[in-house]
Design a protein around this ligand. Structure first.
Ligand SMILES: Nc1nc2c(c(=O)[nH]1)N[C@H]1C(S)=C(S)[C@@H](COP(=O)(O)OP(=O)(O)OC[C@H]3O[C@@H](n4cnc5c(=O)[nH]c(N)nc54)[C@H](O)[C@@H]3O)O[C@H]1N2
Ligand SMILES: Nc1nc2c(c(=O)[nH]1)N[C@H]1C(S)=C(S)[C@@H](COP(=O)(O)OP(=O)(O)OC[C@H]3O[C@@H](n4cnc5c(=O)[nH]c(N)nc54)[C@H](O)[C@@H]3O)O[C@H]1N2
Ligand code: SF4
Ligand SMILES: [Mo]
Length: 678
């Protein structure tokens, strides 16, 4: 008779770049992981994982046939995809020699590292920066691929973009306005529980009628890039209805008088003409928001526009002029940062190791910089998949094929970026080491707990860079600090006195007993201590002093505006290699409004050719009125190498910069759409 097998459950946390930071239950039998499930005790996800992680964590993430397991060294021509396995010492020794050669010949200025949020856990996401600080390498500005325009804008207005509302304030809110975010895909449990159970009425402002929009009390569908005008039209109504909080403005803001005269012309009728939103909806949304108390969630998708910074400053006028800040049920949110919880980012990244002045490069300029041997001789990519996620894909791929660009990629999988490397280093997955997750929505802290040994010879990012520091002959103790020391320190910074052991035992810790009121004291960390509606700092940056009621011009010449936001089935490009996730993503295709499809002779399932000055892509058509006429929708996330022509949606992204932060304007792509055969 077989002996009953021993079952254990390990509680950990999903560290993806996601609002939810779900609790996970890892089921093990006889020492081996058999299933990765949701943790029923987790307050956000309540026992479920999202569909994409349920598939991927029980698919490619635990599949030895898909995971990188040994360091690899290029054996064919660059980009050909031929590699041989080598030992860690050999790989790191050769990388160190290569780096020393570049340092001797060109200095650290020719070395770049690109990284982002492949994992958001604190050590695997932050500790390697210590190595690059010591090396003096330049950093490809991480947020310029995602959300920097919004950060710069909110920093100008409020002095912080990382101090959002506490989601628990929803219990006191009469209205929740979700503007340019899609929780049904990008925060699925917040969509399902937090938003659904909030007592207030919901408004969604998004060109796409996604699941969260369809479930809202009001859905406004502006043409992309017209939201600043919409904000002004809403303020016109808020003023007309006597809902401007003049006392709040007088006490806490500067520069309202520079904006207010502009409202005269921004009537709802004007708003309808400029944004496409019917005036009765503009009025209804303005009154509902304006009566308050209201929460305003500013999505990251919202600011990926040529005038994304101006757009965010315009949206920020709503809570400021309406006094919807600092009282129960009121506030705005973009991201909640670690500092909010006492975490000190510098204690992870150790900027004091840097002898060189800091150098940054926008992702929008990366292809050009890598194409130029005088500017770049070595590149590290870790926690990022630039060959799939970045703009200017054709030029970027060409630059990465430079034989003389020493390229090192650290990843779990053989991505398109890894295919273009000289050395590929296998990273351990979040199931394979201890770490900490600091959610950017809820004011909580969670443990990432080791549930298995790293697959093959894979190592956590932090250990890879400790070993590389040793291979370089560095001797600063900070480069070698142990995970356990770092984890305990971070827990104590957040007030968890028992250190990581306590966090691990509690899985997720609520750091504040009661909902935290945002800027309750009415003091803002701007130079003036007030909300800077008109901003001298903006002026010094060459920007308008105050936000403008701008709307982007509509595409001309029959082109469509292409949106490529988050899919429910991939996490950026992560999971794009899992056969099941990939199938779900591919089935989404290119959504066109029935009028646009008919005008182009495209019917459901037909193959369309999308083209513009950056490139060309083929996608199957899905016809649905969930987008307005003039707008096309196709999610991000596909792996170029799994498309016959090695490209994805970013083959169409020119890399045009937003007005602030040299940030992406990916939601402003314009394309010609035609039948593939034409
Ligand atoms: N067209 C279009 N393009 C976009 C966007 C869009 O909306 N539309 N959005 C942009 C946005 S918002 C972002 S944030 C970027 C994201 O772009 P990326 O940062 O490239 O995100 P991912 O595609 O998930 O790639 C992260 C990589 O990290 C790897 N990884 C995961 N865990 C670990 C680990 O522990 N260690 C290491 N070394 N690697 C790990 C994953 O396998 C994956 O290959 O894409 C941008 N690109
Ligand atoms: N499933 C899943 N979840 C994810 C990700 C993922 O790839 N997949 N990515 C993660 C990352 S890195 C990020 S940054 C977040 C992003 O998550 P979100 O903040 O939700 O951002 P996006 O998905 O890029 O876009 C959100 C919405 O913005 C809308 N939008 C685009 N342009 C405009 C406009 O001009 N006006 C208005 N009003 N709306 C506009 C799009 O139609 C889309 O519905 O999600 C994270 N979570
Ligand atoms: S990606 Fe987000 S929704 Fe999915 S399991 Fe992870 S934290 Fe939860
Ligand atoms: Mo992002």
């Amino acid at each position: 008779m077989a002996v009953a097998s021993e079952k254990t459950v390990i509680r950990t946390t999903c560290p993806r770049d996601c609002y939810d930071s779900c609790g996970i239950a890892v089921v093990k039998r006889d020492g081996a992981i058999t299933k990765v499930l949701g943790d029923p005790a987790h307050p956000v996800s309540r026992g479920a994982l999202c569909g994409k992680c349920a598939l991927a964590y029980n698919g490619v993430w635990r599949d030895p046939a898909h995971r990188l397991q040994r360091p690899l060294k290029r054996s064919g021509a660059k980009g050909e995809g031929r590699f041989v396995a080598v030992g860690w010492d050999e790989a790191l020794g050769e990388i160190a020699s290569g780096l020393k050669r570049v340092l001797a010949e060109a200095g650290p200025a020719a070395i770049w590292h690109a990284h982002y949020t492949g994992t958001c856990s604190l050590l695997a996401g932050g500790f390697p920066v210590r190595f690059f600080n010591r090396l003096g390498a330049g950093e490809v500005e991480p947020d310029s691929i995602c959300n920097l325009a919004g950060h710069v804008a909110l920093d100008l207005v409020f002095g912080s973009s990382y101090t959002g509302f506490d989601p628990r304030s929803a219990r006191d809110a009469a209205c929740i306005l979700v503007w340019g975010a899609n929780p049904s895909a990008s925060a699925p449990h917040a969509h399902k529980h937090w938003l659904a159970e909030a007592p207030g009425r919901k408004i969604v402002i998004d060109p796409v009628r996604h699941t969260t929009a369809a479930a809202a009390d009001l859905h406004l569908q502006p043409f992309p890039g017209s939201d600043a005008a919409l904000a002004f039209a809403m303020l016109h109504v808020i003023r007309r209805e006597g809902l401007i909080d003049r006392g709040y403005l007088a006490r806490h803001a500067l520069g309202w008088e520079e904006v207010e005269p502009k409202l005269d012309a921004c009537t709802p009728d004007w708003g309808e003409r400029v944004t496409g939103v019917p005036m009765r909806l503009i009025e209804a949304a303005a009154v509902l928001y304006g009566r308050g108390p209201s929460l305003l969630w500013l999505g990251q998708g919202l600011q990926r526009q040529p005038m994304g910074g101006n757009l965010f400053r315009a949206c920020a006028l709503l809570p400021a002029a309406n006094g919807n800040i600092g009282k129960p049920g009121a506030g705005f949110y973009y991201l909640n940062g670690g500092a909010r919880k006492g975490l000190d980012g510098d204690s992870i990244a150790a900027p004091e190791l840097r002898a060189e002045p800091e150098r940054k490069l926008s992702h929008m300029d990366l292809a050009a910089a890598l194409a130029d041997p005088a500017r770049s001789r070595a590149l590290f990519c870790w926690n990022i998949n630039i060959a799939a996620s970045n703009p200017d894909q054709r030029r970027l791929h060409a630059a990465l094929r430079r034989e003389d660009l020493l390229t090192v990629v650290v990843d779990l999988f053989q991505t398109d970026t890894a295919d273009l490397a000289d050395y590929i280093l296998p990273a351990a997955s979040f199931l394979e080491f201890d770490d900490i997750v600091s959610p950017y929505f809820n004011l909580t802290l969670s443990a990432q707990v080791k549930a298995a040994e790293p697959m093959g010879e894979a190592l956590p990012n932090q250990e890879i860079f400790r070993r590389l520091a040793r291979a370089m002959g560095y001797d600063e103790p900070a480069l070698f600090e142990a995970d356990s020391v770092l984890l305990d320190r971070l827990c104590r910074q957040a007030g968890i006195g028992g250190g990581f052991a306590e966090l691990k035992a509690r899985a997720t810790v609520e750091l504040f007993a009661e909902p935290v009121l945002q800027f309750a004291d009415g003091r803002f960390p701007t130079p003036s201590g007030r909300i800077e509606i008109a901003s001298a700092r903006a002026e010094a940056l060459g920007l308008p002093r105050a936000p403008l009621p701008h709307a982007d011009p509509r595409p001309a010449g029959g082109r469509l505006r292409l949106l490529s936001p988050a899919s429910a089935w991939t996490m950026n490009t992560s999971y794009g290699n899992d056969p099941r996730n990939r199938g779900k993503l591919a089935a989404e295709g290119l959504t066109l409004h029935p009028e646009d499809a008919a005008a182009r002779g495209l019917s459901e399932g037909a193959l369309a050719r999308l083209s513009n000055e950056a490139g060309e892509l083929l996608l199957p058509v899905h016809v649905a009125a969930k987008v307005p006429p003039g707008v096309a929708l196709a999610s991000k996330g596909a792996w170029p190498k799994l498309d016959g022509r090695r490209r994805n949606i970013n083959a169409l992204h020119t890399g045009r910069k937003a007005d602030m932060g040299e940030s992406t304007s990916v939601h402003a792509i314009e394309v010609t759409v035609a039948p593939a055969g034409s």
